[in-house]
Design a protein around this ligand. Structure first.
Ligand SMILES: [Zn+2]
Length: 294
């Protein structure tokens, strides 16, 4: 296991059938690319399957934002539900590895001991965390000065992890990028000028085309205020993986894997071998080094 606290199986959200791939993109701007949007109208692709909204971060269905949360933690929040004591129940997430990992539940807000009512209820439709509900997503397409990988091509050191535990995924991305032609073969950038990229990824035993728009979630002011100057500079305002300069292919690939799994939270925690298979379709052999007992 590598990474954060949430699990979640590979599931829905993969758009499109099995179409023939266009030739892999270079990320270079052609004459055509200089006119943004559909036929130069400035109208950019908006992915309704994986919207720029809290549901794409926490994986919960869009719900009316009625949270009266006073908690600043993203893993615990108040809920409108009440426990048997009649006080607002506490909302938490299962951190333990297993089938319920990442699932939200309600418990009594009181700690161990006297007065604790023992309330427990799954909270699959709990309100979104207020921070994620208010989070701003910004376009990272050519109209904003970004390239996919530009003339240098995809490189291992383009990988810049953000605030989600997907090192299991990004470490494999960096490894596969040691052979840039393998990354190039995954990308269809024919609609880049229209704010859309399509990745070819190995999902549930077959190749699938996964399209995403160019919206990426950003850090809010309160999150930035808590950071050191160095950290602020490092994170470049981005909540999750960030571009390397103007090269934005890694955050857009991370967005595609988040879409396949249902949310950014769902890719917190995983196994690198899963990521290698996802990126290459090749069988994966795992070697465990175990210390010999004395
Ligand atoms: Zn209670």
């Amino acid at each position: 296991m590598c990474g954060g606290s949430s699990g979640g199986g590979v599931g829905g959200g993969v758009g499109g059938g099995k179409q023939k791939m266009a030739s892999p993109g270079t990320g270079k701007l052609t004459q055509q690319h200089l006119k943004w949007g559909k036929e130069g109208t400035g109208e950019l692709f908006v992915d309704s399957e994986f919207p720029a909204a809290a549901s794409s971060i926490d994986g919960r269905p869009a719900a009316p934002s009625s949270s009266s949360s006073s908690s600043s933690s993203s893993s615990a929040a108040a809920t409108t539900a009440k426990c048997k004591c009649g006080v607002p129940a506490k909302l938490s997430q299962v951190s333990k590895d297993g089938p319920n990992q990442g699932r939200w539940f309600e418990t009594c807000v009181k700690r161990e001991g006297a007065g604790r009512c023992g309330h427990f209820k799954w909270a699959d439709h709990a309100p979104h965390d207020t921070k994620n509900a208010a989070r701003k997503w910004k376009r990272h397409g050519p109209e904003a000065g970004y390239v996919l990988w530009g003339s240098s091509g995809p490189q291992p050191d383009d990988v810049r992890q953000g605030s989600v535990g997907d090192c299991w995924f990004l470490s494999a991305v960096a490894s596969v990028a040691e052979r840039p032609e393998l990354i190039r073969a995954l990308l269809d950038d024919s609609e880049w000028a229209q704010g859309k990229v399509t990745w070819r990824l190995f999902v549930d035993g077959d190749w699938a085309r996964v399209s995403v728009d160019t919206f990426l979630p950003t850090l809010d002011e309160a999150e930035i205020a808590k950071m050191s100057k160095k950290e602020v500079q490092l994170k470049a305002g981005m909540k999750f993986a960030r571009p390397n300069g103007s090269k934005v292919w890694v955050p857009l690939l991370e967005k595609a894997v988040a879409k396949v799994h249902g949310s950014y939270l769902a890719i917190s925690g995983g196994w690198p071998e899963e990521s290698f298979r996802f990126l290459t379709g090749a069988p994966v052999h795992k070697v465990l080094y175990v210390r010999r007992p004395r």
